[in-house]
Ligand binder design. Sequence first.
Ligand SMILES: [Zn+2]
Length: 147
Amino acid sequence: MRSCRFIRTDGSPCRSAPIRGEDYCFWHSPAHAEEADEARRLGGLRRRKERTVAGAYEFQGLATVADIRRLLEVAVIDTLSLENSVARSRTLAYLGQTALKCLETGELEERLALLEAAVKSRDLSPASDFDFDLDLDEDHDPKELMP
Ligand SMILES: [Zn+2]
């Protein structure tokens, strides 16, 4: 398959699919340079705004239970600050349910981490004094076990 003919400053090719009937992709097409510049500018503004808003709310994404909890906290505080209404009460009840689910998931995550740590430390530690093989092979005389 054909790819964009643009060569980066490091000498590597662009590899994006070219625009139909052109040799370059959207980002490198001389015919679309203005559009591409505008798209880059808007993308930059969007990313800057995203960082500003995320910073203002101390929001770090949705990767962990703690992150999701932070999002719920923000939503609860914003909802609480609204005038009382049936819709506000419904939203708060929904946020409460979601928070409960989040707490359950967080608790499971912690328990799993503890279990994984326990299993890992058991694999690494030498056999404990209490570990022994109960040898029940048939070649043993059963009387050996008798007092
Ligand atoms: Zn390209």
